[in-house]
Write a protein that binds this ligand. Structure first.
Ligand code: C2E
Ligand code: MG
Ligand code: MG
Ligand code: MG
Length: 282
C-alpha cells in the first residue's frame, strides 16, 4: 500500500510507518533474490467433475519457499511483485511451466487442462499474445488446453483495454474463466460481453455454503445465471461432502477444493494424475 506523509499527521504514527517501509524494502530485495535463486515454486490443485471424480483441469498456484519464513502464499508477495514491475516476467515464467506440463501430459497420453491465474497488469501487456503464441509453438501445445483465470476485479481499473485483451486471448484459442466471481461488481449485462467460458464462484461463498442461507442464495443465482448465458460454473473452496452434494443438486458440476486435494507440487502432477485415473476409472 502507498502512503503519504500528511501535514499535521501525528508523529505517533511515524515509527510504525518506518518499520513498515523497512520491512517492505527488505521483502522487495528478498523477492528479487528469490527470483534469481529459484525460490518460487509452483503448486497445482485439480478441478473435478464432482459426480464421478474425473479430473478436468488443474490450477497452478504460485508459492515462495522463503529461506527463513517457510512457504509463503501468493497474497504475501504478488502485490509486491506488481509494484516492483516484475509481475509480467513472473507470469511468463508460470505460463511456460504450465505449457511445458501440458506437453508432458500429452506425451504420456494424460488429458487435463492446465489453468493459470493471470494478473490484471499482464492483460495490459500487448506482447502477451505473441509470447503465448511462441510458447505454444515451442512446446507444440494446443491453446485450447490452457485456461487463463482472470479475477473479476481485474476488470475494474481498465475495463476497455482488459476486455480487448480478453477478446484477443479468446481468438488465440485459450479458454477463459472469470475468477473470484461474486466478489466484484460485474453485472449480468457485462458478463454477457466477456469472452469467458467459465465463472469460478469464489471460495468465500462455497466453503460454508451448507451453513449459510445467503451463500446458498447467491451461489444458486450465479449458477442459474451462468446456465442461461451458456457458461460453465466452477465452485472453488469445496471442503466437504455436504457442500459437494448441495452444489450438485443446484446444477454445478465442477468443483475444486481441499475435499478432493490440497494443492501440491506441479512437478508431481503427471504421476498424481496417472494414479488418480487408475483409482477413479470414470
Ligand atoms: P484463486 O485463483 O482464487 O485461487 C484459489 C485459492 O483458494 C488458492 O489460494 C487455493 O489454495 C485456495 N483453496 C483451494 N482449495 C480451497 C478450499 O477448499 N478452501 C479454501 N478456503 N481455500 C482453498 P492460494 O494458492 O493462496 O492463492 C491465492 C490467490 O493468489 C489465487 O486465488 C490467485 O488469485 C493468486 N495466484 C496464485 N498463483 C498465482 C500466479 O501464478 N499468478 C498470479 N497472477 N496470481 C496467482
Ligand atoms: Mg484462480
Ligand atoms: Mg478464485
Ligand atoms: Mg481467490
Amino acid at each position: 500500500q502507498h502512503f503519504q506523509w500528511q501535514r499535521g499527521a501525528s508523529l505517533l504514527f511515524a515509527p510504525d510507518m518506518i518499520n513498515y517501509t523497512t520491512e517492505k524494502l527488505a521483502l522487495m530485495a528478498e523477492l528479487r533474490q528469490a527470483i534469481d535463486e529459484d525460490q518460487l515454486v509452483l503448486f497445482v490443485q485439480p478441478q473435478m467433475a464432482m459426480r464421478n471424480r474425473q479430473v478436468l483441469a488443474a490450477e497452478v498456484l504460485i508459492r515462495w519457499r522463503h529461506p527463513k519464513r517457510g512457504l509463503l502464499a501468493p497474497e504475501a508477495f504478488l502485490a509486491l511483485a506488481e509494484e516492483m514491475g516484475v509481475i509480467y516476467p513472473l507470469s511468463l515464467w508460470v505460463l511456460e511451466q504450465a505449457i511445458k506440463t501440458i506437453a508432458s501430459l500429452t506425451e504420456q497420453q494424460l488429458v487435463s487442462r492446465i489453468a493459470v491465474n493471470i494478473s490484471s497488469k499482464d492483460l495490459l501487456q500487448d506482447e502477451l499474445i505473441e509470447a503465448l503464441e511462441q510458447l505454444f509453438e515451442k512446446y507444440q501445445v494446443k491453446p485450447q488446453l490452457l485456461m487463463l483465470e482472470v479475477s473479476e476485479n481485474a476488470l475494474l481499473a481498465e475495463p476497455e483495454r482488459t476486455m480487448a485483451m480478453m477478446q484477443r486471448l479468446h481468438r488465440l484459442g485459450v479458454e477463459l474463466a472469470l475468477d473470484d466471481f461474486g466478489t466484484g461488481f460485474s453485472s449480468l449485462a457485462y458478463l454477457r460481453k466477456l469472452p469467458v467460458q467459465y465463472v469460478k464462484v469464489d471460495c468465500s461463498f462455497i466453503s460454508e455454503l451448507h451453513k449459510t442461507e445467503a451463500h446458498m442464495a447467491i451461489t444458486g443465482a450465479i449458477i442459474d445465471m451462468a446456465r442461461n448465458l451458456g457458461l460453465g460454473v466452477i465452485a472453488e473452496g469445496v471442503e466437504g461432502a455436504e457442500v459437494e452434494d448441495k452444489l450438485l443438486r443446484m446444477g454445478c458440476a465442477r468443483g475444486q477444493g481441499f475435499w478432493y486435494s490440497q494443492p501440491f507440487e506441479l512437478s508431481g502432477f503427471p504421476a498424481w494424475l496417472k494414479q488418480w485415473q487408475h483409482r477413479h476409472p470414470g
